[in-house]
Design a binder for this molecule. Structure first.
Ligand SMILES: [Zn+2]
Length: 221
């Protein structure tokens, strides 16, 4: 057990479990053990009471927590993209295909529009039908962000994770969640940027609960 203030290890002789008390002899701070073990336990969070658009399930040894990235912004981004990329790509490449003539200069000029279209269409698909899903198993875990099986997967070692944190984003764009979740271990993983506040909060609290309290059936992951 480490001191939450100075991060130094607390000696076992300074821990009194029956009195729920411990002392850090490096910095002199005292703490309740229950707060150290689960610093964010407000007693009200229930992992099984998940908000709409999120899920929590067990499949064999796997624990799966996820959330859809559907967003109202799709109603704006999709029509915009149809006009924007339809107009630019149709004008630049469609006309060449239609006329059966290849124009290298115009084609080169159109490349930024092509790349922009791919990026923004990927975002658009996320707002229509994407998801963020965390799978924790006996060996480790992974986080998938994408649509069906197309997307980005980040791997982590669940036992190595020392902290689960939520971070607000200073710059936000419509449809983004305005924040992210960070898993800190031998490396730092940031995810859940697409999730709105209620979904991100659920995922965040669920991961903390699993990390600090074990899962609801009483097994520690
Ligand atoms: Zn200390």
């Amino acid at each position: 057990m480490n001191c939450p203030k100075c991060k130094n290890q607390i000696k076992s002789e300074n821990i009194n479990v029956s009195k729920d008390y411990c002392l850090c002899n490096t910095c002199g701070s005292t703490f309740k053990i229950s707060e150290l073990i689960n610093p964010n336990n407000d007693g009200k969070f229930d992992i099984k009471n998940n908000p709409k658009g999120t899920w929590y399930k067990r499949e064999g040894n796997n624990i799966i927590i996820g959330a859809s990235t559907k967003s109202w912004i799709a109603f704006f981004i999709v029509p915009f993209m149809v006009v924007w990329s339809g107009g630019s790509l149709g004008g630049i490449y469609g006309s060449q295909i239609y006329n059966g003539e290849f124009d290298p200069f115009i084609s080169l000029f159109g490349l930024p529009f092509l790349i922009g279209s791919i990026i923004f269409w990927s975002l658009a698909v996320m707002t229509i039908a994407g998801k963020t899903e965390i799978i924790i198993d006996n060996n480790g875990g992974k986080i998938f962000t994408g649509f069906r099986n197309i997307g980005i997967t980040k791997y982590f070692n669940w036992n190595e994770i020392s902290d689960v944190r939520e971070e607000k984003q200073f710059f936000t764009f419509p449809g983004s969640g305005g924040g992210s979740i960070k898993l800190e271990g031998s490396k730092r993983i940031t995810f859940a940027r697409f999730l709105n506040e209620p979904k991100r909060y659920y995922i965040f609290k669920a991961l903390q609960t699993l990390k600090y309290k074990g899962n609801t059936e009483g097994h520690y992951v």
